[in-house]
Design a protein around this ligand. Structure first.
Ligand SMILES: Cc1ncc(COP(=O)(O)O)c(C=O)c1O
Length: 386
């Protein structure tokens, strides 16, 4: 159990809530979830499903109509062929990480990971006895891989490569050209699997979404596991609904892991997901437009703070400013912001060693609160930065 890591966002949220219980007023920029409500028609579909008696177990890999709808949606959005047998529906996208790493990685296998990255990748690789190999994402490079560095880190022992675009915590996006180069590199390593975390694929501000799975020999029929879900796109974090799309033989193993753990995903939640996929997409567009306005607001504000420098994120809803010029470490500054300014955010180190020197601020909060948070940060930094 000592090998297992955690997700600091949940512990900072707990600390912020404890401060609130003691009477402090905290602005929450730490947790990565849309502040919008789930679209009404989706909520209604979930309620209707309960009233219609969908209160029982479902097939382990998901109800057939949802697996079909997901297969169609993923095929259309990535320009690939997908069959429903390749889809496993899970309570959130996170279990796909857990299951895919458990199924694919043995003791001593190497797994290439971006750093900084979602902390659960590293946690799970360590848990199964694999060796994480970190490929840095640097601000100078728009938080994209240096492709030569990526290639140099692949070895005979590499079993799995993890990609995440648009990315948490940086908001960086791998372009279509990046994906083509990566696909070329991976074609020289035909036994390596890819876990492509595409949970933010619909939260993209410029250009078209590019997936590694669209490249020859790297489809989810061969060796890529696409992770996606409903939490971010449809503001459904609390419903717990996600999925993996993968080769059918791996899908069977992943379903076996699910039968040993969750049995299946909540029936009503799956019906709500079906309504989300097949219904009007206007709410997603509106959410994206609002996120874009907030992104511009927060990036502009951060760049005016003493010692802070922030590039414009291309996707997701996180800003990842560099704060080294403040003279404080990321952990110190995150603590000071919470304790002294009442602004909860995360230290970049919560996402691995290459996150040092940065903070992660989620702009899934109102423009008013973002403005107030920037004012409070300015007040603190103007006082403490020499
Ligand atoms: C990169 C990334 N992948 C996956 C997830 C998991 O999302 P969920 O399990 O809520 O679908 C998150 C959530 O924060 C994330 O940031």
């Amino acid at each position: 159990m000592e090998r297992l890591g955690t997700e600091t966002a949940f512990s900072v949220l707990a600390k912020a809530k404890a401060l609130e219980a003691g009477g402090r007023e905290i602005i929450h920029l730490e947790i990565g979830e849309p502040d919008f409500g789930t679209p009404d028609h989706v909520v209604e579909a979930g309620c209707r499903a309960l009233r219609d008696g969908h209160t029982h177990y479902t097939p382990t890999a998901g109800i057939p109509e949802l697996r079909e709808a997901i297969a169609e949606d993923v095929a259309l959005s990535r320009g690939i062929q997908v069959r429903p047998e390749q889809v496993v529906v899970t309570p959130g996208g996170k279990p796909i990480m857990f299951f895919a790493i458990l199924a694919l990685v043995d003791e001593g296998d190497e797994v290439l990971l971006p750093s900084p990255a979602f902390p659960i990748y590293e946690s799970m690789v360590n848990f199964v006895g694999g060796n994480p190999v970190y490929v840095p994402l640097r601000q100078e490079n728009g938080f994209r891989f240096d492709q030569e560095e990526f290639e140099a880190n692949l070895s005979e022992r590499t079993r799995l490569v993890i990609l995440n675009s648009p990315a948490n915590p940086t908001g960086g996006v791998l372009t279509a050209d990046d994906m083509a180069t990566l696909a070329g590199i991976l074609s020289e390593h035909p036994t390596v699997y890819v876990l492509s975390d595409e949970i933010y694929s619909r939260l993209l501000y410029t250009g078209d979404f590019a997936s590694i799975a669209g490249h020859e020999g790297l489809g989810p029929d061969r060796r890529t596991v696409i992770l996606d879900g409903f939490s971010k796109t449809y503001a459904m974090t609390g419903w717990r609904l996600g999925y993996g799309v993968m080769p059918p033989d791996l899908a069977e193993q992943v379903a076996k892991l699910q039968v040993n753990s969750n049995s299946c995903t909540s029936a009503a939640t799956q019906h709500a997901g079906l309504a989300a996929l097949s219904g009007p997409q206007g709410a997603v567009k509106e959410m994206l437009a609002e996120f874009r306005a907030r992104r511009d607001q927060i990036v502009d504000g951060l760049n005016q703070l003493p010692g802070v420098e922030c590039i414009t994120p291309q996707g997701a809803f996180y800003a990842f400013p560099r704060i080294t010029a403040t003279g404080y470490s990321a952990d110190e500054l995150a603590d000071m912001l919470l304790d002294e300014a009442g602004v909860a955010c995360l230290s970049g180190t919560a996402f691995g060693r290459y996150g040092e020197g940065h903070l992660r601020l989620s702009y899934a909060n109102s423009r008013e609160n973002i403005g107030r948070a920037l004012d409070r940060m300015n007040e603190l930094l103007s006082r403490v930065v020499g």
